[in-house]
Design a protein around this ligand. Structure first.
Ligand SMILES: NC(=O)c1ccc[n+]([C@@H]2O[C@H](COP(=O)([O-])OP(=O)(O)OC[C@H]3O[C@@H](n4cnc5c(N)ncnc54)[C@H](O)[C@@H]3O)[C@@H](O)[C@H]2O)c1
Length: 259
C-alpha cells in the first residue's frame, strides 16, 4: 500500500510551493519518482533536497504559460504516468483592481498553463493507454469569493477536467480536480503581511474550525492520482474543511445557536 507509485513518474507543477512540496514528499514516500516543475529556480535546490531525503527527483524550471518551455521540460522528464497541475497564483482581489493585463495573466497562469501541461503529456498517456491527471482548482471555481480573474480560471479548470474525463476515459486516462478552501501556504504571504490575523479570522467560516494545511490537500491528491481511485474520473472534490457544505456563519445567525 505504501508503494502505490512504485515505478511511476509523477510530474508536479508549482512543485516548490507550499502544496507542491508536501505533495512531492507524500508521493515520494509512496515510491514515486518526482518530476518537479516550477517557474522559480528554487525547484532545482528542492529536487536536490528530495534526492538527499531518498526520493528520486528531477527538477525543471519552466513557466507553464510558455508552451515551448513546458514541452522542453516534459521532454526532459521522459515517461510521465501522473500529472498534477498544481501551479497557480492570484494577486488581484476584486474586479475593480483587475485590469485587462491582469485578467489575461491570471487566465494564462491558472488555466492556459494547465492546458499546456495536459497537452504535453496526453500523447504518451494515450499511447500507454493509462494515465492520471489531478488538477488543483479552488472553491473559488464554484462561487464568488473574491479574486475574480483567478476564480474564472479555476472554474475553467473544472470544465477542462470534465472534458478530459469524457474524452480520454476510453484510453484509461482519469482526470479529477481538488477544490481547496484556504490552505496555509506561501500564497498568503502578501496578505499576511497586510493583515497578520487574516488566516485566524477566516477560520470561523469553516465548519471544522480551521484552515487546511498543505499536507491535507496533498493526501486528497495522492488518493485521486493513485489506482485506489481507479473508478473515479471527472470528480471535483472539495478539500475545504466543510466550507462548501453550507454557510456556517449565516446558519449561526439564523438559528441564534452558537455551534
Ligand atoms: N493556499 C491556498 O489557500 C489555496 C486555496 C485554493 C487553491 N490553491 C491552489 O493551490 C495551488 C498551489 O498553491 P500554494 O498555496 O501551494 O501556493 P504557493 O505560492 O506556495 O505555490 C505555488 C507555486 O506555483 C509556482 N508557480 C506559479 N505560477 C507558475 C507558473 N506560471 N509556472 C510555473 N510555476 C508557477 C510558484 O513559483 C510556486 O512555487 C495553486 O494552484 C493555488 O491556486 C491554494
Amino acid at each position: 500500500m505504501t508503494n502505490t507509485f512504485l515505478d511511476k513518474t509523477v510530474a508536479i507543477t508549482g512543485a516548490s510551493g507550499g502544496i507542491g512540496q508536501a505533495l512531492c514528499r507524500q508521493l515520494g514516500a509512496r515510491g514515486a519518482r518526482i518530476a518537479a516543475l516550477d517557474r522559480s529556480d528554487a525547484v532545482l535546490a528542492f529536487a536536490d533536497q528530495l534526492n538527499s531525503e531518498g526520493i528520486e527527483a528531477r527538477g525543471a524550471i519552466a513557466d507553464i504559460t510558455d508552451q515551448h518551455a513546458v514541452a522542453a521540460a516534459f521532454a526532459s522528464f521522459g515517461d510521465v504516468h501522473v500529472l498534477v497541475n498544481n501551479a497557480g497564483f492570484s494577486d488581484q482581489g476584486t474586479l475593480a483592481v483587475t485590469d485587462p493585463e491582469g485578467w489575461r495573466r491570471h487566465v494564462d497562469g491558472n488555466l492556459n498553463g494547465a492546458y499546456n501541461c495536459v497537452h504535453a503529456v496526453l500523447p504518451q498517456m494515450v499511447a500507454r493507454k493509462a494515465g492520471s491527471i489531478v488538477t488543483v482548482g479552488s472553491v473559488n471555481g464554484l462561487g464568488a469569493l473574491g479574486d475574480p480573474a483567478y476564480s474564472a480560471a479555476k472554474a475553467g479548470l473544472i470544465s477542462l477536467t470534465r472534458a478530459l474525463a469524457l474524452e480520454y476515459g476510453r484510453y484509461g486516462i482519469r482526470a479529477n480536480i481538488v477544490l481547496p478552501g484556504t490552505v496555509r501556504t506561501p500564497i498568503w504571504t502578501e496578505r499576511i503581511r497586510k493583515d497578520p490575523d487574516v488566516l485566524k479570522r477566516l477560520e470561523r467560516w469553516y465548519p471544522l474550525g480551521r484552515v487546511a494545511e498543505p499536507e491535507d490537500v496533498a493526501e486528497a491528491i495522492v488518493f485521486l492520482a493513485s489506482d485506489a481511485a481507479r473508478a473515479i474520473t471527472g470528480a471535483a472534490l472539495p478539500v475545504d474543511c466543510g466550507l462548501t457544505a453550507g454557510n456556517i456563519v449565516m446558519a449561526r445567525e439564523l438559528t441564534l445557536e452558537d455551534f
